[in-house]
Design a binder for this molecule. Structure first.
Ligand SMILES: O=C(O)COP(=O)(O)O
Ligand SMILES: [Mg+2]
Length: 234
C-alpha cells in the first residue's frame, strides 16, 4: 500500500522547498554584516546557514567573522538583516521547477495545504504574493508565529488540531532535517526534497518517509481525493 494513502492535508516548507530564496537572503545577510562593520559573506556560505530562522542565520554569519554573539549583538544583527531583507525580499528568489503547476494540481485533487516556515512571518505574505503562490495555503505559520518553531512539532500539531486531522492524514514536505524531525515528532509522514538547503547534508540521512529529487514527483504519490479529478482525465 502507498505509504501516503491516508493523506488529506499537506504542510509545505518554504525556503529550499518551494523557493530558492538564498540569493535574496545572501544580499541581506551580506548587507547586514557590512553595515555592522564586518567583511561580507557569499551566497554559498548563506546556503549552509539557512534553516533555523533569521536570528540564527545572523548568529552563524557573525560566527563566520569570529564573533560568538550575545543577546544584544544578535538583536542588532537581526534588525540589520530585517532592514536589508525588506528591500531585497523577492527580486532574486525563484520557484523551483514544477512548483506552481504541482501546487495547482494538488489543490484540484482536493488536498488542504498549509505553509510552515521558520522564516519570520512579516516576510511571508509579500514573498508568496511576488511568487504568485499566495492563493494555495489555508494557513501560513512563520518561525515566530508560535512559541516554538521546527524542529519542534508545535506548528504541525497546531495545524492538526485546527483542522481536526489524525497524524496519518497529514504530510510534511521539506528540504531540511528540521522539517523531517518536526514531522517525526508529530507522528506524521514526511517527504524530503534533495535539492534544497540542509547544511550540506543529504536529506536521506534524516530518514524522511520518502525522499524525492523533483517537486513534481509528489504527484505520483498523492492521488486525487475527489471524484471530479479522478474522472477528469479518463
Ligand atoms: O528561514 C529559514 O531559516 C528557513 O526557512 P524554511 O523553514 O522555510 O526552510
Ligand atoms: Mg527549508
Amino acid at each position: 500500500m502507498n505509504a501516503l494513502s491516508a493523506i488529506r492535508a499537506i504542510a509545505f516548507d518554504l525556503d529550499g522547498t518551494l523557493v530558492d530564496s538564498v540569493p535574496d537572503l545572501a544580499v541581506a545577510c551580506d548587507g547586514a554584516l557590512r553595515q555592522l562593520g564586518h567583511p561580507g559573506c557569499s551566497e554559498a556560505q548563506v546556503r549552509n546557514w539557512v534553516g533555523n530562522g533569521a536570528r540564527v542565520l545572523m548568529r552563524r554569519a557573525l560566527a563566520s567573522v569570529g564573533i560568538d554573539a550575545d543577546e544584544a549583538q544578535s538583536d542588532q544583527a537581526l534588525a540589520a538583516f530585517q532592514h536589508h531583507y525588506r528591500q531585497h525580499l523577492s527580486g532574486g528568489s525563484r520557484l523551483y521547477p514544477g512548483v506552481s503547476d504541482t501546487l495547482a494540481c494538488l489543490a484540484r485533487r482536493g488536498y488542504r495545504m498549509a505553509l510552515i516556515t521558520n522564516k519570520p512571518m512579516e516576510f511571508v505574505p509579500d514573498l508568496l504574493k511576488a511568487l504568485e503562490i499566495d492563493g494555495y495555503f489555508d494557513l501560513c505559520l512563520g518561525g515566530d508565529s508560535l512559541a516554538e518553531r521546527k524542529p519542534s512539532p508545535l506548528p504541525l500539531n497546531h495545524v492538526l488540531g485546527l483542522w481536526q486531522l489524525a497524524p496519518e492524514q497529514m504530510l510534511m514536505v521539506g528540504d531540511s532535517r528540521n522539517d523531517i524531525q518536526a514531522a517525526a515528532a508529530a507522528g506524521i509522514a514526511s517527504v524530503g526534497l534533495s535539492y534544497g538547503y540542509n547544511y550540506g547534508e543529504d536529506i536521506r540521512d534524516s530518514g524522511p518517509t520518502l525522499a524525492l529529487d523533483h517537486f513534481e514527483t509528489l504527484l505520483a504519490h498523492l492521488p486525487a481525493l475527489n471524484q471530479e479529478e479522478n474522472t477528469e482525465h479518463e
